[in-house]
Ligand binder design. Structure first.
Ligand SMILES: Cc1cc2nc3c(=O)[nH]c(=O)nc-3n(C[C@H](O)[C@H](O)[C@H](O)COP(=O)(O)OP(=O)(O)OC[C@H]3O[C@@H](n4cnc5c(N)ncnc54)[C@H](O)[C@@H]3O)c2cc1C
Length: 390
């Protein structure tokens, strides 16, 4: 198969799918093709490339430690109804998100960001009885974000973005890209399955696999790290005890480096409901395609599982001693801790990556900005373009 398009997007995950929906509506982009596999039915059994979105829930919230991430989230959440209308699949639940702070400094910082951006939130530090399922440190600072805060289903979000792109004329090719070659008139993308796609330009949004294929003249400065998520089945008395639980971000005491997240009970394809927690990063960088794929097929890190179980036993007593299972997943970071949206070969090859463990919720705005970078269209964000150089 050989074909010619205006813009090809490598990666049909949150960033690639979102960028594609925006590109498909931009005259400068020409015709659009997205190349990337769908989420596998079973992560353990999947030998191909994986995405950080192969799950049923991701927290969504505006409050962050800085105005950049907060703005990206606010812009994206405001467009959730539009995204849902584009694909027709409900993906957003508003259970709220609670920020638990043991250190006064981190509490004050987030309080300030929330106030500056007029986020809908309550300071419930003096009312811990409002979260009766938690055992908290005395004096913990508690911010409860309302409005659109809660969870998104990343699979449904991605499906909506792709359907929206297809309705605007984009094509989706369920292949894995293995190389990009420059030509006098643009680029040629080759896939493992044997397709050749010529294009004026390519946007690479391959998540953790960004540097695993010969896409760029030299590897980009991003780091992919194996992490672990732990799942507790929630039923019967436990379900009753966790009724009304919001998403939670657990900030460490002063000097601590790990902050944990937990996702409220969510229904999974096996018909069961699970509470999920994760956030420790003990598993080191993953550099090669085989290592990234292999980590996704593990049950996570043993030490991380033990640390997470100990944390749960201390802070969510109703789950103490219950069985739990873990999975390995991967997140990708930049030095600046901001998404990297930049041209690698001017006018030809650009990249959208480094979306940390925090960008599923904000993929629509990040994808929109990536579309501007890819096509050279006018930058219209209130955030400076230079923030996203990586
Ligand atoms: C355990 C965990 C918890 C998280 N929690 C949250 C949260 O609560 N809230 C939040 O907002 N975010 C969260 N995130 C982060 C969020 O999921 C990521 O920021 C987001 O998925 C990044 O999107 P992406 O498209 O950049 O990369 P990915 O999600 O990794 O998607 C990349 C896509 O590229 C494809 N691909 C790779 N290589 C190729 C290739 N060669 N050819 C074609 N396609 C290719 C993959 O199949 C994949 O579909 C979490 C992530 C993890 C792992």
């Amino acid at each position: 198969m050989s074909t010619r398009v205006g813009t090809v997007v490598i990666g049909a995950g949150p960033m690639g799918a979102s960028a594609a929906r925006h590109l498909a509506g931009m005259p400068d982009a020409g015709s659009v093709m997205v190349i990337g596999p769908d989420a596998p039915v079973s992560t353990h059994a999947h030998a191909g490339v994986h995405g950080a979105w192969h799950d049923e829930a991701r927290l969504t919230r505006i409050i962050a430690n800085d105005h950049v991430w907060a703005t990206l989230a606010a812009e994206s959440i405001a467009r959730y109804p539009q995204i849902e209308a584009a694909g027709g699949i409900p993906f957003h639940r508003t259970q709220g998100v609670l920020y638990v702070h043991e250190a006064a400094e981190s509490f004050a910082l987030q309080h300030q960001v929330a106030t500056d951006l007029s986020v809908e939130f309550d300071d419930i530090s003096a009312e811990p009885h409002r979260v009766p399922f938690l055992r908290l440190t005395d004096g913990a600072g508690l911010l409860l974000e309302g409005g659109g805060a809660g969870t998104v289903n990343p699979k449904a979000l991605v499906a909506n973005q792709l359907r929206g792109a297809e309705r605007l004329g984009a094509a989706v090719l369920r292949h894995t890209a293995i190389a990009i070659d420059e030509t006098s008139s643009g680029v040629v993308v080759r896939t493992r399955e044997g397709a050749t796609v010529e294009a004026d330009r390519v946007l690479v949004a391959a998540g953790a696999y960004l540097n695993s294929f010969p896409f760029f003249p030299s590897p980009l400065p991003v780091v992919s790290t194996g992490i672990t998520a732990l799942f507790y089945e929630v039923a019967g008395d436990v379900a009753a005890a966790l009724q009304g639980m919001p998403g939670i971000l657990w900030y460490p005491p002063a000097g601590g480096s790990h902050f944990l997240y937990s996702v409220p009970p969510t229904q999974y394809p096996d018909g069961k409901v699970y509470f999920k927690i994760g956030g420790y990063r003990e598993s080191g960088p993953l550099l090669h395609e085989a290592d990234i794929t292999e980590w996704h097929r593990t049950d996570g890190g043993r030490m991380e599982v033990e640390m997470l179980k100990a944390f749960v036993a201390e802070h969510i007593p109703v789950l103490a001693g219950h069985d739990a299972h873990a999975i390995g997943c991967v997140i990708t970071d930049t030095d600046s801790a901001m998404p990297m949206l930049r041209e690698v070969v001017p006018g030809r090859i650009s990249v959208a990556t480094g979306c940390a463990g925090a960008a599923a919720k904000s993929c629509d705005e990040i994808g929109r900005l990536a579309a501007l970078v890819a096509t050279g269209a006018k930058w219209d964000s209130s955030l400076p373009k230079t923030v996203f150089h990586g």
